[in-house]
Write a protein that binds this ligand. Structure first.
Ligand SMILES: Cc1cc2nc3c(=O)[nH]c(=O)nc-3n(C[C@H](O)[C@H](O)[C@H](O)COP(=O)(O)O)c2cc1C
Length: 195
């Protein structure tokens, strides 16, 4: 099973990258074929239809689309910006939703992927509003978002210098989320009659 891990932040010290990294380690231990991507490695212009008409999809959008298409499942850790998920993530999702060859199935980068969502915030609500907004977004993109999720509050204090959880309960919560993502992906792959 191939699972992609990413955060909706390109910040070097991103708490959400730490959360996605911790999740990818747990998935690897559980037997998944794990890919971690950092959006800092895939800069793209803000989507503009004229730009797309003139030069098609940016190289980095094509590269990311290929990576997404190869996955069975996605794990996205998102920051919360003003009650929603950041423009960086929205822009990336928008570019990847565009077709780049004739006859390409609609939403080919996303269709039938199983998705788990998480958020990390220094605040007390752990990015809960961002999770709600991203859940709607991912459902719209033809993915199957599992109901379990993780909102990591006070995330500035959650990790040690190696990026490991200080609190075993938080690690266990993330582990349960990752295992549910993998179990759901496995179950759907066994009897895949989805359109
Ligand atoms: C423009 C902006 C808006 C923000 N709005 C929220 C918010 O609505 N809720 C929240 O919990 N944190 C908010 N924050 C704080 C972020 O959660 C915090 O910067 C977090 O560390 C960003 O994620 P990262 O560490 O993965 O980069 C905001 C930060 C910025 C820069």
């Amino acid at each position: 099973m191939k699972v992609l891990f990413m955060a909706g932040s390109s910040r070097k010290e991103s708490l959400n990258k730490k959360l996605a990294h911790a999740a990818s380690d747990l998935a690897r231990c559980a037997g998944a074929d794990v890919t971690f991507i950092d959006l800092a490695d895939f800069p793209m212009p803000i989507y503009n239809g004229d730009l797309e008409d003139d030069s098609g999809l940016p190289e980095n959008a094509l590269a990311l689309k290929k990576i997404f298409t190869e996955q069975d499942a996605l794990f996205i850790a998102t920051p919360e910006y003003n009650g929603s998920f950041p423009a960086l993530l929205k822009n990336t999702l928008d570019w990847l939703s565009r077709s780049h060859y004739e006859g390409e199935p609609r939403m080919s980068a996303y269709t039938n992927k199983v998705v788990a969502l998480a958020a990390a915030s220094p605040g007390g609500f752990g990015g809960m509003r961002s999770l709600m907004a991203l859940r709607l977004q991912m459902a719209h993109l033809n993915t199957l978002v599992i109901s379990q999720q993780m909102a990591l509050a006070k995330a500035g204090d959650a990790f040690d210098e190696e990026g490991s959880f200080k609190d075993d309960k938080k690690r266990a919560q993330l582990d349960a989320l990752v295992k549910t993502l993998m179990a759901t992906t496995r179950a759907l792959a066994q009897d895949d009659t989805r359109a």
